[in-house]
Design a protein around this ligand. Structure first.
Ligand SMILES: Nc1ncnc2c1ncn2[C@@H]1O[C@H](COP(=O)(O)OP(=O)(O)O)[C@@H](O)[C@H]1O
Ligand SMILES: [Mg+2]
Length: 506
């Protein structure tokens, strides 16, 4: 592969790669690699990723360059597209193993085993070829180089979500300036082109497009509002309900500030696809890097981990850590010294608090702890904020606790998070799944891009939609049900990961 590639050539290569099929990977496959894979196994995994990642990246480049509403031209989105392009280039210019002197025979249709530090290649029906120590060293060096390459890509893409959020805000500012609101323009062309404020687009279908009932509330722009403020923007404020599409309704919508909080259906579903793809890419890289590091000499990995997958993820541990993390952020950002308690209840054989034999009352299952942490952390922040805003910062006595109830089924493990934070008005429910919808004071994205960035309490509007994608990635789901005037229940359904295969957005 020539390293000097003109931008024209690169463009053509990307177009070509984007036409290739992506390959789904199941969690089971990732776990079957084993805890400490051999250098030979790692080499085969590297070859798979070397083939697969450019396809996935190329598809995103093509999509990022062809977004509706001029979004592709927003500088932050251009930046993201450049990163995807650069990472694509890094991979396609990374030498295949045969170019660094590894014999082709060890790379094709072979299963490899290592014994006593010496690798053997066993080709079907052909005599065994021995990987001598020298060759093994060469394979290990190649693997290490590949790990550096993809780790570098992962780091490059760390700020992608923030940049995309910035890009959407640039677009919204542009709409405001030019007084054009494509949400309404696309909606007024008929119900089928209408707004989907509904199921959050794309991923789980649901009542998309024409079926969705669209309601709007006036958003809280003033975050100082106490009361039911956290609940999706003052239920009292001029709610209008009805199916999308009639001229009158569109006129009514035009008068609603809430329109600013909406994204057209196609952008919403683009973001769902884009982030789902990103989760898959980061999972592939994260898993490979973790496996490679675990099998490198001298490292001691926990026996419960296979890469970043923990075969005995402890719900109690993750709930506790995420709760402390969220409470800490609440203390720092809202100055609450005794935050609402987060109480965990685990059901065994259908009975809450049933006596259990194990020393610690817990549920263990196979999952990626960092994903679960992410979702619980986001949900706890939402509940904490709602409880504190509903009951006031100067509340006498203790805040009502947030209850976490865990139920273990055959298919799913379900975690319910119940708060008494005033709930969300029904008209605000569809909006909570849209990116950028927030009733908190909007976070300054410039700050978020700075190096001293800490996770914010709220204010990006990404917490719920992204958490749902993380859960759906492994075959689970997230549902939110509210009792306006009282509180909110969030249900995290975690699939036990038997055979769930990766959802691959086109
Ligand atoms: N437990 C809850 N109680 C009341 N309102 C909630 C709750 N969870 C979410 N919301 C509403 O949904 C909105 C979107 O939540 P989220 O996606 O996490 O974004 P953010 O927290 O950045 O606003 C919040 O701004 C809030 O209005
Ligand atoms: Mg949030």
């Amino acid at each position: 592969m020539p390293v000097n590639i003109s931008s024209q050539q690169l463009r053509q290569m990307i177009q070509q790669s984007a036409k290739h099929m992506q390959t789904q990977v199941s969690l089971k496959q990732m776990v079957e690699f084993g805890r400490t894979p051999s250098q030979a196994t790692l080499l085969r995994a590297a070859q798979f990723i070397h083939h697969e990642l450019p396809i996935r990246l190329a598809r995103r480049v093509v999509e990022l360059e062809n977004l509706p509403y001029n979004l592709s031209n927003m500088s932050s989105v251009k930046k993201v597209a450049e990163w995807y392009q650069q990472s694509y280039l890094d991979l396609v210019t990374f030498p295949p193993p045969e170019d660094v002197g590894l014999p082709k025979t060890i790379l094709r249709d072979i299963s490899l085993t290592e014994e006593d530090g010496v690798s053997k290649t066993i080709t079907e029906g052909k005599p065994k070829a021995i990987l001598d120590a020298g060759l093994l060293k060469q394979v290990a060096a190649y693997n290490a180089r590949f790990v550096d390459c993809i780790e570098n890509i992962k780091t490059r893409h760390d700020p992608v979500a923030i940049n995309m959020a910035q890009g959407i805000q640039e677009l919204k500012a542009h709409w405001k300036e030019t007084k054009s609101t494509p949400v309404l323009e696309s909606a007024s062309s008929g119900p089928s082109a209408g707004i989907d404020a509904g199921a959050g687009g794309g991923v789980d279908g649901g009542d998309l497009l024409g079926n969705s009932t669209f309601r709007v509330t006036r958003p809280e722009t003033n975050s100082d509002h106490g009361g039911a403020g956290a609940g999706g923007g003052g239920g009292g404020g001029g709610a209008s309900a009805g199916a999308v599409g009639t001229h009158e309704q569109m006129q009514m919508l035009k008068n609603q500030e809430a329109v600013e909080n909406l994204l057209p259906t196609d952008l919403q579903s683009f973001l769902d696809r884009f982030y789902m793809s990103r989760i898959g890419i980061r999972m592939l890289i994260g898993q490979h890097v973790a496996l490679a590091k675990a099998s490198s000499a001298g490292s001691k990995s926990s026996p419960d981990y296979v890469g970043i997958i923990c075969t005995k993820t402890s719900i109690r541990d993750i709930v506790t850590q995420a709760a402390e993390h969220a409470q800490g952020i609440l203390q720092d950002t809202m100055g609450v010294f005794s935050p609402p308690e987060i109480k965990l209840f685990i059901s065994h054989s259908g009975v809450l608090g049933a006596k259990v034999d194990h020393a610690v009352d817990d549920v263990h299952f196979m999952y990626v702890p960092s994903h679960l942490h992410h979702c619980l952390f986001e949900l706890f922040k939402n509940s904490l904020r709602a409880v504190v805003e509903t009951h006031g910062l100067d509340m006498d006595g203790e805040y009502p606790p947030i209850k976490v109830i865990v139920a273990e089924g055959n298919e799913d493990i379900t975690i319910k998070i119940s708060d008494e934070g005033g709930g969300i008005p029904r008209s605000g429910m569809p909006l909570i799944w849209t990116y950028l919808y927030t009733t908190a004071q909007r976070q300054d994205l410039e700050d978020a891009m700075s190096s001293e960035y800490r996770a914010p309490m709220a204010g990006f509007g990404y917490g719920l939609p992204l958490s749902r994608l993380y859960l759906q990635f492994f075959g689970g789901d997230l549902k939110v049900i509210s009792m306006e005037g009282f509180g909110t229940d969030a249900y995290l359904h975690l699939n036990r990961l038997s055979d769930s295969t990766e959802p691959l957005p086109s």
